[in-house]
Design a binder for this molecule. Structure first.
Ligand code: GAL
Length: 655
């Protein structure tokens, strides 16, 4: 599979007199594909039915004349003013019952019938016009579903569709009452028509009701995307269908959306993410200008696991962004490092956001490959270097196979919603804990595949299951059959699919392979810890403890808490971590289990990360020190002394 660079371009933001030189300079820089059109509805259709194709036709021709491929987007993330004025139900409704306003983007409601129809119409028109254009080789549906908290709407149309969704799921109102347990607080319903959206209640609304509302809202995204893909496939045969997902964004289930596409792509902003996400202040300071060494790669490995063809980075941070609380500029070298890191993890394309910094609008402080004065920015120079290096690497190593880890991490979107709805401890955050397990594995030099719980598990030596409240019926058996060493985080198997405590107590259906019972749970304030001793390993439990009991001698207590309760339990190849542990203890225990699984974990120096892709090893230095790559030889890029922000690519000595 060959690898390539792309860029996001907004011809409608610039005078036509600039387009030709833009296209020529893109080509000279080594760009192969250009994404256009995702916010251009008001220019394509300035008033109802008045279609202006001339400028877009011309923009495509200008790009095509330089041999650039076009990724055409549907413009549905930004319905224009006339459209929302004509159809009020297009605007989503927030949890306070207020209609969202026009004036930014993503103001539409996935459940609005009129927006569904308007979207069908504009997507069809674009498909008819450009579907068979030889330069238009890929189509992006919409832009970043769910961005700015827009998955869930509480509009009358959402409520109506929710009722039908419930009817289809439960069949009868009695089945719903019993699945949810509505007898609690006299919440029983006599018909589906009595069920409202779970907002406005005096205290928390029923958790099963809330969870189903999240599931419903997620299914609405799947339905909406499928509509666009079906229309485009009919008009654009053989073209790549893609959507640009977001980084560590769990508000809808991405797996079924990706299943309708050819390529799952994502938008990578490592510095914005570090600033906005859960990382503690010390880590934010430490990785201020590089991003966390495992953050982009987590997303690469996640999206690789749902993409039929090699995933893409559709938007790569090229310099400072505008949208985080603080927006530092990256260290020189980081744009190159991030680009190569994406390729190391299997990306087919890295596309920079955006070609040129725009001097107006909300994102005027967001860097591009070019400055507003049209001189090449630092990110542009680094992109040009990556383009040259791609040629060298492909010449030396040929097309690259997809990475394949021996370690799988099972990932589940619904787990996030469930722990949010029923957290029992305010900082029990699924994404963070899944990330911490991933990060521990990566610090041991292990390559990881992030896969859904339904994925085939054969061939993995080690499988890590971050807290997974609802365990699918067949999972225990499939884990057993895989022959892998399996590690479960706390709270795994702690709920049924309708959010009740399993009758046999947690870990519920896992008890067939792990005969233990969680009889009590203990949520821990941020300043509370509990010591853990595991043979030579020791550390602290934080956030949460499961108190576990078991009958019989075939369960081993591998580690204990200070107060004597089991902290890690093992039954054959199944390991249960009864708490969230500090990073050292997590990595220490993962290292032991990795060795038991026949892997060769190695404690990497801080900031060094390695990734295998086919016959090549890629090394990345996120630290401030020059690091040495022991035993590495046969370099295509870089050398054994890896400077800060350095990238090395060499032939692997072991596979
Ligand atoms: C993404 C979005 C782009 C742009 C970018 C800025 O979330 O898809 O349109 O807003 O962020 O970093």
């Amino acid at each position: 599979m060959s690898i390539r660079l792309g860029v996001c371009y907004y011809p409608e933001h610039w005078p036509q007199s600039m387009w030709e030189s833009d296209a020529r300079r893109m080509k000279e820089l080594g760009i192969k594909q250009v994404r256009i059109g995702e916010f251009a509805w008001s220019r394509i259709e300035p008033s109802p039915g008045e279609l202006r194709w001339d400028w877009l036709d011309h923009a495509i021709e200008v790009l095509a004349a330089e041999g650039l491929e076009v990724v055409m987007c549907t413009p549905t993330a930004t319905p224009p003013k006339w459209l929302v004025d004509r159809h009020e139900d297009v605007l989503a409704v927030d949890a306070n019952g207020r209609r969202r306003a026009f004036g930014s983007r993503r103001h539409y409601d996935f459940s609005s019938d009129s927006y569904f129809e308007q979207s069908q119409r504009i997507v069809r028109l674009l498909g008819e016009r450009y579907g068979k254009h030889p330069a238009v080789t890929a189509w992006q549906t919409d832009n970043e579903y769910g961005c700015h908290q827009t998955v869930v709407s509480y509009s009358p149309s959402a409520q109506r569709r929710f009722r039908s969704w419930l009817r289809a799921r439960y069949g009868s109102i009695d089945a719903l009452n019993s699945a949810w347990g509505t007898v609690f607080w006299s919440m029983e319903y006599r018909s589906f028509d009595e069920i409202d959206a779970p907002i406005g209640t005096v205290t928390e609304a029923h958790p099963s009701h809330r969870l189903d509302y999240r599931r419903f809202a997620s299914d609405e995204v799947v339905r909406y995307n499928r509509m666009q893909v079906e229309i485009l496939r009919a008009h654009a045969p053989g073209r790549v269908m893609v959507h640009n997902f977001m980084q560590m964004f769990l508000e809808f289930d991405h797996y079924p959306v990706a299943a309708d596409l050819d390529v799952a792509s994502w938008d990578s902003y490592p510095l914005g993410a570090l600033e906005e996400m859960w990382f503690p202040p010390e880590e934010k300071a430490c990785w201020l200008r590089t991003g966390h060494p495992d953050f982009a790669s987590f997303n690469h490995d996640l999206y690789r696991g749902m993409s039929a063809q090699p995933f893409w980075v559709m938007e790569q941070q090229p310099g400072p962004v505008n949208w985080a609380h603080w927006n530092p500029h990256p260290l020189p070298g980081m744009v190159r490092l991030w680009s190569w890191e994406a390729f190391a993890h299997g990306a087919g394309c890295v596309s920079y956001f955006r070609w040129r910094q725009v001097p107006f609008g909300q994102e005027q402080m967001h860097a591009g490959l070019n400055r507003p004065d049209n001189r090449l920015d630092v990110g542009g120079e680094e992109a040009a270097r990556v383009a040259r290096e791609i040629e060298e690497v492909e010449q030396a190593a040929g097309a690259l196979a997809q990475p394949r880890g021996k370690v799988a991490l099972l990932f589940d979107y619904q787990a996030k919603w469930l722990f949010e709805i029923h957290h029992q401890g305010a900082d029990f955050q699924y994404a963070r804990f899944a990330f911490d397990y991933y990060s521990a594995l990566r610090s041991l030099g292990l390559d990881v595949d992030i896969v859904p719980t339904s994925a085939p598990l054969d061939g993995y030596a080690m499988i890590v299951v971050p807290p997974l409240p609802v365990v699918p019926d067949d999972l225990a058996q499939r884990l057993q059959q895989s022959g892998a060493q399996v590690l479960f985080g706390p709270r795994t198997g702690s709920k049924t699919v309708s959010l009740q405590i399993p009758q046999e107590l947690p870990p519920g259906p896992l008890q067939s392979v792990l005969p233990i019972r969680v009889w009590r749970v203990d949520s821990m304030r941020p300043n509370v810890t509990e010591p853990v001793q595991a043979g030579a390993l020791s550390g602290q439990a934080m956030h949460w403890r499961d108190l576990v009991e078991f009958d019989g001698a075939d369960v081993e207590t591998v580690a204990k808490f200070g107060d004597g309760h089991p902290a890690i339990l093992r039954h054959q190849r199944m390991h249960y971590l009864a708490a969230i542990f500090d990073a050292g203890l997590t990595a220490g225990y993962f290292e032991q289990v990795a060795r038991a699984a026949g892997l060769a974990p190695q404690r990497l120096p801080e900031g060094l990360r390695l990734q295998q892709r086919g016959p090549l090893t890629f090394a990345f230095n996120y630290s401030e020190a020059t690091l040495t790559l022991p035993g590495a030889a046969d370099f295509i890029v870089g050398a054994a002394a890896l400077p800060p922000q350095g990238v090395a690519i060499y032939r692997s000595t072991q596979q």
